[in-house]
Design a binder for this molecule. Structure first.
Ligand code: SF4
Length: 556
């Protein structure tokens, strides 16, 4: 690996201990998030990668997209050119970050294709949630794939890289073969199994964030994965069994890192299902900290913990709460495994309003399997009723809340029970969207927004792409969505890949990764979905063998 003397530009503020770490001549790790800095600094994965590397004695810092066109990517703290790091640990959260990866490599002076790189270039490791779904389109760009928890693989990987310093590139890569949870190119062997851990402490942000999204908020994770089993959502199926950090560990991490006046952003897909939710809320508010959960389950708010949760949110000056009904009828919610009743949503909204929460954000989907026009009409009506419930709760209290709605097309995600469902065609999706928007416009008082149809279809293309898509990703030169001509030339099978039923017997493109959840379980879940039946409750730590992630067993 090449080494040149770093010349940090003066605009980078490098903490003394990190300057030392990079100057000692040891390994240099770039924690790469293929996004702008303000977005990347709000990614806990980047903070975790830097903390893990530094705990192993390796100098580390983030690398993001350059702030200005024409600039080369550099270490965010030192300004070291990104091509001079020894290891790029890339954490990708969304498929839409794929087109950025080859462009970022090229901008750093590194050949995008792994096969074209030599001893002068960094080794490129890919992890993150998107790597767990379908990494196939970016396999030609990476040397290493680690789809599990970073804690499970990074320390051993860094140890081997350190021990192999001075060896040739291929010898270094060979020295990594056999590490559990890691695949080494050319990725032709059996699938790599995700290795998950149960860390004692949650990730809490480590790096100065400066100008970033949510700058006044201290981010801390509450758990990994989700036991809710929503059948459209990959989070609940790609990290099994799910785990929650004990309230004491979260409170300790927050206490060590927080500053007065900062809000605490709780990062985790299923805060409402945290077994120590009440204790956690009381502890955070007892430290005088405002809290901000990502979104909450209406059934939890309507349940026994609901009043305490709503009061805690309001006491913490939480002005907007996000709920995700996703569908307008109880029938369709049973299909997607969001089994709460309209009455529970009403109780949740009223509780929030009465507790003092001012604004509501609702997530709704369209284009879902089995969806009919009456589901769309019911979705618009449900949003209108939520508006009325909130107004009624505020009456006499002096508040006037807003209700905003994020309307998003259903995108079939790999590794979910709906992974092979065809997505409705663009004109059909636009018709459904138009119907929803019109109905919402008639009821008034709500602000609709959300992802557009074209963007959703292109997201579906990336989720179902194979390594042949790498040519398109390179040609995009960091732009996404790509120009129409490029798409027609380099993704001519888009219509079939996204909108047609997946041919029986055709291998899925995401076979390079094994999550532990059995295909038979996903099929059984799909069958239950079509009958509107619930799936088995996910309760780790006992005898459950339902999905295969906690050990082999017969799917129910
Ligand atoms: S085997 Fe059971 S408890 Fe374990 S992850 Fe699967 S559903 Fe959850």
């Amino acid at each position: 690996m090449a080494r040149r003397q770093a010349q940090p530009p003066p605009r980078f503020a490098l903490a003394p201990e990190r300057r030392l770490g990079l100057a000692q001549g040891g390994l240099r790790l770039a924690a790469v998030h293929p996004a702008p800095p303000e977005e990347g600094l709000a990614s806990l994965a980047i903070h975790a990668l830097c903390a893990l590397a530094e705990a192993a004695g390796v100098g580390a810092e983030p690398v993001f997209l350059p702030a200005r066109p024409g600039e080369r990517p550099r270490g965010h703290l030192s300004g070291l050119p990104a091509g001079e790091f020894d290891l790029w640990a890339v954490s990708a959260a969304f498929e839409e970050q794929w087109p950025t990866l080859p462009w970022l490599l090229t901008r750093a002076g590194v050949p995008a294709r792994a096969a074209a790189r030599d001893h002068r270039h960094p080794i490129v490791l890919l992890g993150g949630v998107a790597a767990r779904l379908n990494p196939a389109p970016v396999l030609p760009f990476i040397d290493l794939l680690a789809p599990g928890d970073a804690e499970a693989i990074l320390p051993a990987l860094l140890e081997r890289l350190e021990a192999g310093r001075g060896a040739g590139r291929e010898a270094l890569l060979d020295s990594l073969r056999g590490l559990a949870g890691l695949a080494v190119r050319p990725f032709e062997g059996p699938p790599v199994a995700c290795v998950f851990t149960a860390p004692a402490r949650p990730i809490v942000e480590q790096l100065p964030r400066g100008r970033s999204l949510l700058p006044d908020m201290l981010l801390v994770e509450t758990g990994r994965g989700c036991p809710a089993g929503c059948r459209f959502c990959a989070i609940g199926y790609t990290r099994r069994p799910p785990m929650f950090f004990p309230p004491a560990a979260i409170l300790e991490a927050v206490g060590a890192a927080s500053a007065p006046g900062r809000r605490v952003g709780l990062v985790g897909a299923s805060l409402g299902r945290h077994p120590g939710l009440g204790e956690l809320l009381e502890g955070l508010l007892g430290q005088g900290l405002d809290l901000s959960p990502a979104s909450l389950d209406p059934a939890v708010l309507a349940g026994p913990e609901g009043p305490r949760l709503a009061a805690a949110l309001a006491r913490g000056a939480q002005r907007t709460v996000t709920l995700a009904p996703e569908a307008g009828t109880e029938r369709l919610r049973r299909v997607i495994h969001k089994g709460f009743a309209d009455a529970e949503l009403e109780a949740a909204v009223r509780r929030l309003g009465e507790a003092g929460v001012l604004h509501l954000k609702l997530y709704m989907m369209y284009g879902l399997p089995t969806e009919a026009d009456e589901d769309l009409d019911a979705a618009a009506a449900l949003v209108g009723r939520a508006r009325a419930w909130l107004d009624a709760a505020h009456r006499g209290r002096g508040g006037t809340g807003r209700v905003s709605v994020s309307l998003n097309p259903f995108v079939p995600k790999p590794r979910t029970p709906f992974e092979l469902e065809p997505m409705p065609r663009a004109d059909d999706l636009r018709r459904r969207r138009g119907r929803l928007f019109s109905a919402l416009g008639r009821s008034g008082g709500v602000r609709p927004g959300g992802m557009g149809v074209r963007r959703a279809i292109l997201q579906a293309l990336l989720t179902r792409a194979d390594p042949g898509c790498a040519t398109l990703l390179e040609a995009c030169q960091g732009r996404w969505p790509p120009p129409a001509g490029l798409l027609a030339a380099l993704a001519p099978d888009l219509e079939d890949r996204v909108h047609a039923p997946w041919p029986a017997g055709r291998p899925v493109p995401w076979g390079a990764v094994e999550t532990g959840v059995s295909p038979a379980f996903l099929l059984a879940e799909r069958a239950r979905a079509l009958q509107g039946l619930p799936g088995p409750a996910c309760a780790p730590g006992g005898a459950c063998r339902a999905c295969g992630a906690c050990g082999a067993g017969d799917p129910p």
